[in-house]
Each structure stands twice: as C-alpha cells, then as structure tokens.
Design a protein. Sequence first.
Length: 126
Amino acid sequence: MVQRLFSIFPTGMAGVALLVLRAVVAVTLIVETHRAYTLGWSHALDALAALVGLFLFLGLLTPHCAALCCLLELTFLVGNGFPNGFQLGMAALTAASMVALGPGAYSLDARFFGRKLIKIPPGRNS
C-alpha cells in the first residue's frame, strides 16, 4: 500500500529529518484543531486530529494521514477565516510536502511496507 508510493525509505540524516517533519506536522495539526475547537468545532474533530497526529508521529499510513492533515488545515483556513491565515497556509504546505516526501526509514510504514531482505540459504543453486 505505502510501498507503491515510495521507492525508498531514507535512513541517516534524511530519515531523521523526515521524523522531525512528521512530528512538526502532527503537533501543528493537533494545536490548530484544538484552536478551531475553541472557536466552535466539535469534540469529534479534536479526537480525529489527535488520532491522525498520533499516526503521523509514529509514521503509520503517513501519506494518507498527511493528506488528511493538509485537507483539515485548508478547511480551517477557508471555513473560519482565521486571523492566522498565513500560519494555516504554511501548515497545509508542510503537510503537503510530507505527502510528497514519505515517511522515511524511522517509521512504522518502513517497518510494515518497506523493502524486505530475502536470504537464500547456502547450497541452493536453483
């Protein structure tokens, strides 16, 4: 499912950078959703944002959760006319970049959907 979207799951500094990016997108979503909740949105939306944020932080179904995050941020931007429109726009763009970049090697997606190493036992020549 996720492996079809990305050919590699980078390790090293690139993998750490993707881990940090996932954390930033997750925290931003939770904070902005909580702020929207104080302006009249429902508890269900707050719970959804917490779940999506947790999945993003862990790197589970990352491209799908990041796309949902981007959609929620854009909904907050268009729907309420927040005074912090620039911040919401930047949050949506950051989530969109997460969709394009993928989860990285330090994620559950890499663990579940990443490349597998197949070891052929010695003595099997066929």
